[in-house]
Design a protein around this ligand. Sequence first.
Ligand code: GUN
Ligand code: FE
Length: 458
Amino acid sequence: VHSTSLTTLEICPNAAIGVDSSGMIAFIEKENVSTISDVQFLQNPQNQTTWSHARIITLHGHGFFFPGFIDTHNHAPQHPNTGLFGKTTLLDWLQTYTFPMEASFSDLARAKRIYQNFVGRTLSHGTTTCAYYATIHVPATNLLADICLQRGQRALVGRVCMDSELSPEDYRDASVSSSVADSVASIAYIRSIDEAGAIVRPIVTPRFAPSCTSECLRAMGAVAKRHQVFVQTHISENKSEVELVKTLFPLSRDYAHVYDSHGILGERTILAHAVHLTPQERATILARKAKISHCPASNTAITSGCCPVRSLLDEGHTIGLGTDVSGGFSPSILENVRQAIWVSRHLSLQTGKEADKLSTEEALYLATRGGAKVVGLEGKVGGFEVGMEWDAQMVKLGEVDEAEDRFESGPVDIFGWESWSEMVEKWVYSGDDRNTVAVWVRGRLVHRTGRFEGSGEV
Ligand code: GUN
Ligand code: FE
């Protein structure tokens, strides 16, 4: 099961996918496969030996393979705060919960515990690629990259830059030059552990305009350009934040212009939220080909607003989904698929426009193919095609055990009468990490549960 366009899910029962030893999809047989000898015959009718040594992983019962999820916006060091936000909104939430937690990552042993736990957690939810904000600390940021590489999760890992007085004195960059030096040091380290950037890549991360001085923003734009790396930041999440940006950058026309005039906006830029953009800002972002990370759970939790996803899509923006842990209360992209649909429905209730509602297919597209475009991996991950890499999750739903008249395992009950698309709908609306029984990145098994029947070490 995978997206072939924004509105289309392709479902191929009785299919087989061949993955070669480099983790690339070598063939796809979409129909009529019930045994491995069918595959061998279909692949090579004359000589049936080509795939005879392949390790075979068969999905028994109700379930399917689905592309790994792509989380385009996540703050790993905020994991311990997941679920904590009370009635705060962005600016007091940052001061109350976020900055003190992130500041504690000067303690590397603590960072190690939390990052190990969190990378395992996101993998268990089927996230095969994640754009992470770390903290201002170089050692802890580099450690997060080490852990992602070790565990095999594709990641963009960014040392957070913030030198303005918005942040507490004990948790901010001392100067523009130290901010640049630390960012460059982290970029160099991450490049040194994965030169090709096959699994982990550095990303320049000016937190957001209010956290940075004008000099720092400009310097970060230059670092990104010089080192040819992606940039991630936040934009127009909350109305008070938008007002604050106006007072901090009085010479700029609007929030998007602040980034544009400091060299931050380009096709390798990921902008989180984009809830309250003006038409002119949208035009700027589109012209620069910058990408948008929609974080629906976060936008509801800290009451930022309902992002107008339909109109952004209609205008041609590139959009993926982000958990925004811990503004968002869940590390799961599946949860954010649901939340994106809920937010679109609340928006539709306000506008009276049926078209504002996102469909299940559309939200799953944003979680996979959309996210791949946002992080620069279009054509590589996010779907199943020959030549793409095997970043996938095995989803198993519940089973009815006829003999014992009981339901076996998993939060989704399947009665046997459901169509394939109904099974996918049931997974989207009531599934969770218990259904994700195995996860692969580039052909490597990176997570498995007791319900996975295949072999292989993680
Ligand atoms: N804006 C600046 N920093 C943050 C953050 O950590 N989370 C969210 N959601 N918005 C931000
Ligand atoms: Fe965020």
